[in-house]
Design a protein around this ligand. Structure first.
Ligand SMILES: Cc1cc2nc3c(=O)[nH]c(=O)nc-3n(C[C@H](O)[C@H](O)[C@H](O)COP(=O)(O)OP(=O)(O)OC[C@H]3O[C@@H](n4cnc5c(N)ncnc54)[C@H](O)[C@@H]3O)c2cc1C
Length: 385
């Protein structure tokens, strides 16, 4: 199974080894047999969320008192790597558990944590984070969505696009301006429970290059009345700082998906070139194949070691923005490079939908774009020079 044959990293304790086996078995039995169908349908079912909740795949690092599994970021990483190794690239679980839930845990009031986190852990609530707008993505401070004070609460207006989990989400953290005159200082995070939210509308599930089963969507908010408790935390204007604090974890989650997909690509390709023949030989016997895969394996090993270093640092709260940005940029670039080289070794079959490597090639591309483009990652790294 493991294409890199590396010793387990130091942070991988016995209980994490058991978790890895349990998640692998669950995914292979419940989700992997459905992946083809979900890709053809262009969406996975809502029931995936409750099944994932029952199996302990959601909110692994949220304390037990709020309904989570009481683990750490290491637990999230083990689950996220298994999701990537299983080929469920389209699943929004890592964002739900590793990005949306931690905002509530870190910045929410006691009441907000008790209201939302237990239902996120079961999959009753599906989380999304809506930052990007049609007019702005990288320049987050320029968002135009507004949350204006009205009576005791707020009125939310604006539109968001490219939102992961956009069709299933019923708990959406919306990045909005509570003070439109300000840039960063005017931003607040508003938590919207959408089930009974009048004025909230989902737009299209967007047609995309890859991640076929992901329900990436547009969202519209038209005079949505929100109670005062929708403001995450108790103070307006904290949203940008909250985002900046949490983005390193988001970037590491993307890096974990990258290294998982790299390992999967290598495993599939090594199996294929050992079976396929040309000119009376197995493809693996050509020196070019050996050199290609030797280079890919070497770079993947370097990537995995760096990834594990970042995870280790993050578990003890020492992963800085610069290093997290390096992991996101470098590992997603590497993923695109390695998947491309692997696909080439499949010849024409690599271009065929029925071979997973072709879908991986399409799925890989967005990794360099979302969670902050790789150009933005380089800007952040450059600030440390
Ligand atoms: C499948 C998918 C899922 C997504 N999920 C979510 C989600 O759940 N929530 C969410 O809020 N967003 C989500 N996004 C949006 C994503 O985060 C943005 O697309 C991304 O941040 C880039 O923003 P943009 O598309 O507006 O590009 P732009 O900001 O317009 O950038 C265009 C180009 O200019 C470059 N650029 C911009 N600024 C600079 C600069 N200062 N220096 C150098 N180059 C620069 C960029 O790197 C890019 O190459 C998702 C996107 C996709 C495709």
């Amino acid at each position: 199974m493991d294409a890199l044959n590396l010793p387990r990293p130091a942070w991988m304790t016995e209980d994490l080894v058991l978790l890895e086996e349990q998640v692998r078995r669950f995914l292979a039995g419940e989700f992997v047999p459905q992946l083809e169908r979900w890709a053809e349908d262009g969406q996975y079912e809502r029931a995936v969320w409750t099944k994932a909740g029952e199996a302990g795949l959601l909110c692994a690092s949220i304390p037990e008192e709020y309904g989570g599994a009481g683990g750490s970021f290491a637990h999230e990483t083990v689950i996220n790597r298994e999701i990537a190794l299983a080929g469920f690239d389209s699943f929004g679980g890592p964002l739900h558990s590793g990005i949306v839930a931690p905002y509530i845990l870190k910045y929410g009031t006691e009441e907000q944590k008790r209201r939302w986190l237990p239902r996120m852990a079961t999959g009753e609530l599906v989380g999304a984070i809506a930052m990007t707008e049609p007019g702005t993505g990288s320049d987050l401070q320029a968002v135009r969505t507004t949350a204006k004070k009205s009576g005791n609460g707020y009125v939310l207006n604006g539109s968001k696009t490219f939102i992961t989990n956009g069709q299933h989400a019923n708990l959406i953290i919306v990045v909005a301006k509570t003070d439109p005159k300000e840039r960063a200082k005017g931003i607040s995070l508003m938590v919207v429970e959408t089930d009974d939210a009048s004025g909230f509308r989902r737009g299209r599930k967007l047609a995309k290059l890859g991640m076929d089963a992901a329900d990436t969507s547009e969202l519209f908010f038209e005079d949505v009345a929100l109670p005062a408790e929708s403001l995450l935390g108790t103070e307006e204007g904290q949203g940008f700082a909250q985002l900046m604090n949490e983005l390193p974890q988001e970037r590491l989650i993307v890096a974990t998906a990258a290294i998982g997909m790299i390992e999967r690509a290598l495993r599939l390709t090594i199996d294929y070139v050992k079976q396929r023949k040309a000119f009376g030989k197995h493809i693996i016997e050509f020196q070019n194949t050996q050199f290609e895969l030797a280079e890919c394996k070497s770079e993947a090993t370097i990537g995995r070691v760096f990834h594990d270093h970042c995870v280790e640092r993050h578990i003890v709260g020492q992963l800085d923005t610069t290093t997290a940005s390096m992991a996101k940029y470098w590992l997603t670039d590497l993923q695109n490079k390695i998947v491309d080289r692997c696909l080439q070794l499949f010849g024409g079959y690599g271009y065929m939908e029925e071979y997973p490597i072709s879908r991986m090639y399409r799925d890989a591309r967005v990794q360099r774009i979302y969670a902050g483009t790789n150009e933005i990652m380089k800007l952040l790294i450059a600030r440390s020079l």
